[in-house]
Design a protein around this ligand. Structure first.
Ligand code: BES
Ligand code: ZN
Length: 632
């Protein structure tokens, strides 16, 4: 089953075909995907009214100005609308617009609505009969999607760097767009940057750059598959490319390239494993860029160009689950996309499940079971903390954007699919998931749709199976249904025993630690007693070399425990970490932990943050600001 016919509108298909063909060659993929109009599919984080008029193609022509920290140029938008529609509404946030014209350069009237802290401001364009509009604009230097790095913030230290982060609703700060995950569009871009910087984007490259004005080069890109706007991304810096496989490769600053490529050697095999599981990789190339350490996320699934934090490089490929995760989004998220952010479990939960399956294929069942156990423990921790009846613990989230922590959306989401897999059987489950991707490719989806799809194509009339799965409860109710598949208790049996022994003896076993892999070490650290004395922490650090760990997940776990116990020698280590790494998942909890430590921790947190905040991306700053308020 696809959708109920009443649930979407395709808006004047004839006019779409015409306008789309004028700017892009005939594509095999559908040029226009449906807009869902049901109440549950509605996106309240956009001003766009896609059922009236919607953008189907974006052509960006932008210049990057590293001195002014400014992006400026034009965005030309193809719009499809009913014949009598004469306005189109776009999202923007802080854009300085100098003109909006039709395709022939005739000025169009427009109004910029009131600014909202969260959503920015709507631009309502009186397009009349025009179905192509050209916006000439400048982004603000403080555009939240963009981070402009000074040379000192890069590994090479000689050239500035720029990257964008669109998800969830930040791209409106650097392009006028209908910034909603349910509105898909093809796009193309021409971006100029000063020499010797190279520009990459989340689209296929149009070939070698072209010289302009002597000291600048123009790079071109194209995405001929319809994507939601949050997946348009750009990075520019002194970067070089290394091939990893026939369709995989990595970009990084030259001094990072060897380490990055070594950590990523499994990538081509991961793409093959993913294809074998759930069908053809449909995007052409799978390249990655390893960004400077201020990148606020672990990874971001920008099509054909995953963006990665350098903090996943541990030297032993122990944190490459991140790559499996971003790759899996090429199906869950980028092919089939949550229609609004309340259903982000459709992106992140399905991806976390898929990540586990790739991990199993590449690294074996033991590692996959350990990662499953770590993930499941975080769900249990959250439920213990907020209560299993908290509405925020339902997969289908009650609020947009500011919703549950990642444990629910990612880890409960993955636990749901593992449960369904176990009850229905792997073969049947895999066939169902593959057809879900195929039948909803390049389209938005909702919780209700996946529920109906599972009922139609997985349960398929087997009433007993339907009862055992408890699908509705899993998707719409808080807490964990009692049919949940629990992780293999053997996954960490030895480590858990060692952790219990340690809690009793407080004597670290350095030999045991040496024999453990990264997941086992993280498990051990998660089981440390809450109250530890300074001599105990000192002994632990010296036995395991925690403060010198090259594995950032381990370093982070150690610092949290140490700071929560007011362990003074950890402060300079934390300060160094917080001064170089901007990954939100590490930075915000460390500040939060310090703030929880009253007279001891709060002055430290404030002192460090005063120094480090200019180096953080807006996303990380926002999270740290919240952490600083919470504890104070
Ligand atoms: N799409 C997310 C990152 C994201 C989520 C950006 C929500 C903005 C809003 C990405 O795929 C992700 O999940 N990254 C994780 C990776 C981890 C789960 C392996 C991260 O950054 O830590
Ligand atoms: Zn993800």
């Amino acid at each position: 089953m696809r959708f109920a016919l009443t649930a979407f509108t395709t808006l004047g298909l004839a006019s779409i075909a015409l306008s789309a063909c004028s700017t892009s060659e005939a594509a095999q993929e559908p040029l226009v995907s449906p807009i869902l109009t049901s109440e549950e599919a509605k996106d309240t984080s956009t001003y766009a009214q896609p059922e009236v008029a919607r953008v189907t193609h974006v052509a960006l022509d932008l210049a990057l100005d590293f001195e002014a920290k400014d992006v400026f140029g034009t965005a030309t938008l193809d719009v499809t609308a009913e014949d009598d529609a004469d306005t189109v509404v776009l999202d923007s946030d802080g854009l300085r617009i100098s003109a909006i014209t039709d395709a022939d350069g005739n000025a169009l009237d427009y109004t910029v609505g009131e600014h909202d802290e969260k959503l920015g401001e709507p631009i309502t364009v009186q397009m009349g009969d025009a179905r192509q509009i050209k916006v000439t604009y400048r982004a603000a230097p403080e555009a939240a999607a963009l981070q402009w790095l000074d040379p000192e913030q890069t590994a090479g230290g000689e050239h500035p760097f720029l990257f964008s982060q669109g998800q969830a609703i930040l791209n409106r700060t650097w392009m006028p767009t209908q910034d909603s995950p349910g509105i898909r569009q093809t796009w193309e871009a021409r971006i100029t940057a000063p020499k010797p910087l190279t520009v990459v984007m989340s689209g296929l490259s149009g070939g070698d750059p072209v010289e302009v004005d002597g000291d600048r080069r123009a790079f071109s890109f194209k995405m001929d598959k319809p994507v939601p706007p949050y997946l348009i991304a750009l990075a520019a810096g002194d970067i070089a490319f290394r091939e990893l496989g026939p369709r995989t490769g990595v970009w990084a600053e030259p001094v990072m390239l060897d380490r990055a490529a070594a950590e990523l050697v499994d990538t081509e095999a991961m793409v093959e494993a993913a294809e074998k599981l759930y069908g053809e990789y449909r995007w052409g190339r799978y390249d990655m860029i390893v960004l400077p350490p201020s990148f606020p996320y672990g990874g971001m699934e920008n099509p054909v160009m995953t963006f990665l934090t350098p903090t996943f490089i541990a030297g032993d490929r122990s944190l490459t689950g991140l790559v499996a995760h971003e790759l899996a989004h090429s199906w869950s998220g980028n092919l089939v996309t949550n229609s609004n952010w309340r259903d982000s479990w459709l992106n992140e939960g399905v991806t976390s499940y898929f990540e586990g399956r790739i991990t199993e294929e590449i690294y074996g069942k033991a590692r996959a079971e350990q990662e499953e156990a770590l993930s499941f423990a975080t769900v249990e921790d959250v439920l213990a903390e907020v209560g299993a009846d908290d509405p925020g613990t339902a997969l289908h989230q009650p609020d947009e954007v500011e919703s549950a922590g990642s444990e629910i959306v990612y880890d409960k989401g993955a636990a749901f699919l593992r449960t369904v897999e176990q009850i229905a059987g792997r073969e049947k489950f895999d066939a169902w998931l593959r057809q879900w991707f195929d039948n909803h490719a390049f389209q938005p989806a909702t919780s209700q749709m996946i529920l109906e799809d599972m009922q139609a194509n997985l349960v398929a009339g087997d009433e007993e199976l339907g009862r055992r799965l408890k699908l509705r409860e899993w998707i719409f109710e808080p807490g964990l249904p009692d049919n949940v598949k629990r992780p293999n208790p053997q996954a960490f049996a030895a480590v858990d025993k060692a952790a219990a022994d340690y809690a009793a003896s407080r004597t670290p076993d350095a030999a045991a630690w040496q024999g453990w892999n990264s997941a086992e070490r993280l498990r051990f650290l998660s089981k440390l007693p809450e109250e530890m004395t300074a001599p105990q922490l000192a002994a632990l650090d010296s036995a395991f070399g925690l403060s010198d760990s090259g594995n950032n997940e381990i370093l982070f776990a150690w610092l949290r425990t140490a700071l929560a116990n007011r362990y003074e020698p950890a402060v300079p280590v934390a300060e160094e970490f917080l001064s170089t790494v901007g990954r939100m998942k590490f930075v915000a909890p460390l500040f939060g932990t310090l703030m929880d430590e009253g007279d001891w921790g709060q002055p430290i947190a404030k002192r460090i943050y005063a120094k480090t905040y200019p180096s953080y991306h807006a996303v990380t700053r926002g999270a740290v600001d919240r952490a600083m308020k919470q504890g104070a």
